[in-house]
Design a binder for this molecule. Structure first.
Ligand SMILES: CC(C)C[C@H](NC(=O)[C@@H](N)CC(C)C)C(=O)O
Length: 632
């Protein structure tokens, strides 16, 4: 009741103006986050000089932390500061973190001997770690609050608009991330510096830092237009105490002499408010439903690891466009930008005409799509395996020096090294396309050029009487990749279609099914499934150790199908609720006399009980009156 009366009336096309500031804020924040993340591993490797393993471990730890901190942000928002203030304060922390990263990447700060490399690496490492910690705290902390705060701007009867908002919100996430993952690698490739010119990581981190400041400013500008729900005390502490009491009370009253209660949480009724118990029941029902969900993210997040590695064994030549393996990941946000509007305006309404395509059904189909994507990945892997020998590592080449003197070999960006007489160089990694090597000794120098295909590997024999281009013979150790990267498009299509059905729907579902005072907490619970999904990738990759990559893809697909079946059974027994209506039954308590109180409480409890036994179903209709009839 309070909510509809305090929502401001500034609307455009039926949408509150305030959401404009929220979606722009999300666009800039995601630009900041994904832009920084895009160059992070390279920064670890080439600036901090870490090896691949350390760089990868710290990167994944950082990503996992970003999905664990939402719990903290949600607790602060729902129990203490409210969403608005939490977003402001944690955005400041976030922006400081981004600026810290940008400063940590200025090599000149400690480059006393001015040779282009930092002299006090401990300083840069320490600053980077502090920066990353603040970013994880900020980005994770605000994430559940921003989406829930956006949802708060709609009144109860604006269910359709709220659903569209979550779709637009998702578009902004992907628009921001797409733009930044294109821009920051370009910035990183620039050279900058005061004393010496080096790869410009400070600019690649600085622009995301600036965008985070813009995100904060935009959010503050909208301040006067937001509906700001007040936090209702330390709700999480109350929830924990209430659950604890219900369990201990149940254990204390084990005997047959004690009458059974319908729900184990009802054992808390002796001490706790019935409204709180009803709200906890709503949250627990949704959290229970979340249990199988991490498996979806386990598959989804392998786009950035396994699928990118798969792309390294493929041919990225698209004619006018040459795609690098890690650039294939941009197919996901590009497809999101196309698929979300198509799904919302065409596919969902069409399916809705034939079946009641409820949120949980959409999520189930989304999981199946992800499983199909991994079957596609497995099939592509089988194709690739037909074309791949096992030795040596792809995209590398070596030189064998047949001359009577030591030789130096280099190409722009790669110094193959000094090769002793009658000895061979290490394998060096070079780009695809035409590469010109400069070979020089004490007495002569020459250029040798050659076309390199994706993933190919060569050994070059430099004869004793080197004149150059025509004298060097090459053996092809590994043929160029022949499986084309376009083969990955179907798997990207399915995983992204799955993401739209699963993730966009899940975001809105988590909001709509949460009681008013725990909206951010449930959003954080949703994000926790992403964090757990990422840990499962690490565990399965470590434990399973499947020698054939295609078999690993099929294993993941099969696991998701099993989980999907379990989820669909659980979803079958879930009944959609309208938390506000249930809460309203309890809220009336203060207004009515005791007798009415009892009736209202009885009615509210009945409602929760009916809902928990699964006697009602979600009706995809957006008409408010109709919705009330079928849902309640
Ligand atoms: C919960 C997140 C995984 C959801 C969302 N991610 C996406 O929308 C991805 N399609 C982005 C892509 C660039 C990986 C997010 O909030 O970042």
């Amino acid at each position: 009741v309070k909510r509809s009366s305090t929502l401001n009336n500034n609307k455009v096309l039926g949408y509150p103006i305030s959401i404009f500031f929220i979606v722009v804020n999300e666009f800039c924040e995601r630009f900041s986050y994904y832009g920084m993340r895009a160059v992070l591993v390279l920064y670890f490797k080439y600036f901090l000089r870490w090896d691949n393993d350390l760089a990868t471990s710290i990167y994944h730890t950082f990503v996992a932390l970003c999905y664990l901190t939402p719990i903290l942000g949600a607790i602060i928002a729902d129990s203490w500061l409210g969403k608005f203030k939490t977003i402001i304060y944690l955005s400041i922390v976030y922006a400081i973190g981004q600026v810290t990263m940008a400063v940590s990447a200025i090599h000149d700060i400690t480059d006393k001997d001015r040779d282009g490399t930092p002299d006090n690496m401990t300083f840069h490492v320490a600053m980077s770690m502090v920066g990353l910690f603040l970013i994880a705290l900020g980005t994770g902390g605000i994430k559940p609050c921003v989406s829930a705060f956006g949802g708060d701007q709609f009144s109860e009867h604006q269910e359709k608009q709220r659903r569209t908002f979550f779709s637009v919100f998702y578009l902004c996430i992907n628009g921001g991330s797409l733009l930044s993952t294109i821009i920051t690698p370009i910035l990183r490739a620039q050279e900058c510096g005061i004393y010496t010119q080096e790869k410009c990581y400070s600019l690649a981190f600085g622009v995301p830092a600036a965008l985070m400041v813009v995100a904060l400013v935009v959010f503050i500008v909208g301040s006067g237009m937001y509906y700001k729900a007040e936090p209702q005390g330390n709700i999480m502490l109350d929830v924990c105490k209430c659950i604890g009491f219900a369990i201990s009370n149940r254990v204390r009253h084990r005997g047959k002499q004690y009458p059974k209660r319908k729900h184990w949480m009802d054992w808390a009724e002796d001490r706790y408010d019935k409204l709180l118990i009803a709200q906890i029941k709503m949250v627990l029902k949704v959290l229970f439903l979340y249990i199988p969900l991490p498996m979806f993210w386990t598959l989804f997040d392998q786009k950035g690891s396994r699928w990118t590695l798969q792309a390294t064994t493929m041919d990225g030549n698209f004619g006018a466009l040459v795609i690098q393996p890690d650039q294939m990941q941009t197919v996901n946000p590009i497809l999101i930008l196309t698929l979300v509007p198509i799904m919302d305006s065409l596919i969902y309404p069409l399916i809705q005409k034939c079946v009641n395509f409820t949120p949980l059904r959409r999520m189930t189909v989304g999981m199946l799509m992800a499983a199909i994507a991994f079957v596609c990945a497995g099939l592509v892997q089988i194709e690739i395996d037909k074309t791949l020998p096992t030795f040596p590592s792809a995209s590398q080449s070596q030189f064998v020096n047949g001359m009577g003197m030591a030789l130096n070999v280099s190409t722009p960006g790669v110094y193959v090294g000094l090769i002793d007489s009658s000895y061979y160089s290490n394998y060096s990694l070079v780009n695809n396309g035409k590469i010109i090597f400069t070979i020089w000794s004490d007495t002569q120098a020459c250029n040798y050029s050659r076309e390199f295909g994706f993933g190919s590997s060569y050994t070059f024999y430099i004869p004793g009487n080197l004149v150059c281009q025509n004298d060097i013979t090459a053996t092809e150790d590994i043929k160029p990749n022949t499986a084309h990267m376009a083969l990955q498009i179907p798997q990207y299509f399915f995983i992204t279609a799955g993401e739209v059905m699963f993730s966009v729907t899940g975001l809105e579902f988590s909001y709509s099914q949460a009681p008013n005072n725990m909206k951010a907490v449930l959003q954080a619970g949703w994000l926790l499934t992403v964090a757990i999904g990422n840990f499962i990738v690490l565990i399965v990759a470590e434990v399973a150790k499947i020698p054939e990559q295609w078999a690993e893809y099929i294993l993941f697909a099969s696991l998701l199908i099993v989980v999907c079946v379990i989820f669909s059974i659980m979803a079958h027994f879930y009944t959609y609720i309208n938390p506000a209506e249930i809460e309203a039954q309890f809220m009336k308590k203060g207004d009515d006399n005791d007798e009415d109180d009892k009736k209202q409480l009885q009615k509210g409890m009945e409602m929760v009980k009916r809902n928990s036994t699964g006697s009602h179903s979600y009706d995809g209709d957006d008409d408010d009156d109709e919705r009330k009839k079928t849902k309640m």
